[in-house]
Ligand binder design. Structure first.
Ligand code: NOJ
Length: 550
């Protein structure tokens, strides 16, 4: 239970700080920045993968689970990083990508040479009798989910990039090998883990076509056997330590299943990442579209998950940003006119909810999407495939580019901006991905004259200080309001009323008499003017305020 008052920070090592000036971030770079991280008072850092990888999917295509990729450093650097963080009371969470390996992984290579044991590590299938691909499944990164397995005439399954082959979790030897990986890192001092797309591990043994017209992902996602796999994983690895914090990245999951994944009695995971709330700017459920976000839907989803998980005894990870998402300020705030206020409002919204908040590197200084001018500036494989696909589907180059610009994963992968120099103080040589907004947004400026970083410090300290934030129940409030997401947290005789204005216009909130008392305090407010708890509270553009009523 110890994770309820914790705040976790995500580092994308490629883009955090480059200590050896090769244009790519590294572990020694992170060590140098530990004092900065410690100022924020975060409890733990989730590191995106830095294991040996050809980097076709930026490290989520692992070729050796047991070694640090030389572009990031050495095992000695890793050990020093863990030690340094521990000295600052910061825990380590590693990213375990156990659904698939790189096709350069030894297991896949052995399978290719004809080793039957290793062929059974993957989903390798014959074409259909008529020569069609084994199933009609699509890769999440575009095109079919099947690729030729050498010159055998067979195909292997890849739900992601074609150089990421899906592992066959039905094979007990596969699971044993994967648990060995987790234990290897556990024994090196890592207690906490994030499990990448862990709910697509439960594919059937017999793979069949999905029915056109149905959601194609449902045939392999969130199947009941995932719960068994997670129980087994828990038991075989981190479960021995009640202090371990784990989070499963869940694709297209449900509240019902997420309760099961995270109820402590089930001994599966501490919490889950779910993405429904980030799909509210998808047109007809399609990511590669450009459309304003649907505020009513966003509220409904946040509310449904808060209520559902709370009633079922589950636990949610709370987040807006990560290395797969464009910046939330660009999607749900106003990066031009109200960058500070909208950054703070978004932060307040999730930090005071029930769950464990995550901060993605750069969020604490209000980073925004880069201003790229051409598709050549993008690197991410999913983005480049989507661009080709959009053109193939009839979009003009300008239309396709506008969509890419709003949705690309590279938006949040640009280097952390430490200062206003050419390479943003990230490196002395050309970074692997170009920063463009460092003149306005950088750590040096933020720490000397900004307000977002200190606002995050305040939110983090509030979660540690007030049990109503870490432990309280959740109740909806003014669900029908056009521009405010409000909610109530309760613990014993205390009530916390949180109001967040999601728009750049002033608005009013009618507060029912049951909340009106002289005995209240404002625990946080992103404007300096005094605000009172009255029957008619006026909120300024992107204002957030939380009233604690005793
Ligand atoms: C989710 C990761 O966050 C993403 O970056 C990656 O491409 C896929 N899983 C596949 O590993």
């Amino acid at each position: 239970m110890s994770f309820k008052d914790k705040v976790i920070y995500q580092i994308y090592p490629k883009s955090f700080y480059d200590s050896n000036n090769d244009g790519v971030g590294d572990l020694r770079g992170i060590i140098e920045k530990v004092p900065y991280l410690s100022k924020l008072n975060i409890d733990m850092i989730w590191f995106s993968p830095f294991f040996v990888s050809p980097q076709y999917d930026s490290g989520y295509d692992i070729a050796d689970y047991y070694k640090i990729d030389p572009i990031f450093g050495t095992m000695a650097d890793f050990d020093e990083l863990v030690k340094t963080l521990k000295k600052h009371n910061i825990g380590v969470m590693l990213d375990m990508v156990l659904n698939h390996t790189s096709t350069e992984h030894e297991w896949f290579q052995k399978a290719l040479t004809g080793d039957k044991n290793y062929q059974d590590f993957y989903y390798i299938r014959d074409p259909k009798p008529n020569g069609d691909l084994p199933t009609n499944w699509e890769s999440k990164f575009g095109g079919s989910a099947w690729a030729k397995f050498g010159d055998t005439g067979k195909y292997y399954l890849h739900l992601y990039e074609k150089r990421q082959a899906d592992l066959n979790w039905h094979n007990p030897d596969v699971r044993k090998e994967l648990y060995k990986v987790v234990n290897f890192w556990y024994d090196r001092g890592v207690e906490n883990f994030r499990f990448d797309v862990i709910n697509v591990t439960g594919k059937d043994k017999e793979l069949v076509d999905y029915t056109p017209g149905t959601n194609p992902k449902l045939i392999y996602t969130d199947t009941p056997i995932v719960q068994d796999y997670l129980k087994e994983l828990n038991h075989a690895t981190f479960g021995k330590n009640p202090e371990s914090v784990t989070v499963g990245e869940m694709s297209t999951t449900s509240i019902k299943n997420s309760i099961e994944y995270t109820r402590p009695e089930n001994h599966e995971l501490s919490m889950v990442f779910t993405f429904h709330h980030l799909k509210v700017d998808y047109d007809h459920g399609q990511k590669w579209t450009k459309t304003p976000f649907d505020f009513k839907l966003l509220k409904k989803i946040l509310n449904d998950w808060q209520l559902g998980m709370s009633e079922g005894g589950g636990w949610n990870a709370l987040f807006w940003n990560n290395h797969d998402q464009p910046w939330a300020i660009n999607r749900f705030g106003d990066p031009i006119h109200f960058r500070n206020k909208s950054a703070e409002m978004l932060a307040t919204t999730i930090h005071l909810l029930r769950g464990t908040p995550y901060i993605y590197q750069g969020e604490e200084i209000g980073m925004t999407d880069p201003d790229y001018q051409s598709i050549e500036e993008y690197v991410d494989v999913e983005t480049l495939n989507a661009y080709q696909q959009l053109i193939a589907n009839g979009k003009t180059a300008d239309e396709a580019f506008a969509i890419i610009k709003s949705k690309s994963r590279d938006n949040s992968r640009t280097p952390m901006q430490w200062d206003n120099t050419k390479y943003a103080g990230f490196s002395q040589s050309t970074p692997w991905l170009k920063p463009t907004t460092q003149k306005e947004i950088n750590v040096a400026k933020e720490l000397s004259e900004g307000e977002i970083f200190s606002y995050y410090q305040k939110l983090i300290s509030l979660r540690k200080k007030l049990r109503i934030i870490s432990e309280g129940s959740y109740e909806p409030f003014i669900m029908e309001h056009e521009s405010v997401f409000g909610y109530v947290r309760k613990l014993n005789s205390q009530t916390l009323l949180v109001l967040n204005n999601f728009y750049g216009k002033e608005t009013h909130v009618k507060v029912p008499s049951e909340y009106l008392t002289q005995d209240f305090s404002v625990i946080i407010n992103n404007y300096s003017e005094k605000i009172n708890l009255t029957s008619d509270v006026e909120l300024k553009p992107y204002q957030s305020v939380a009233f604690l009523i005793s």
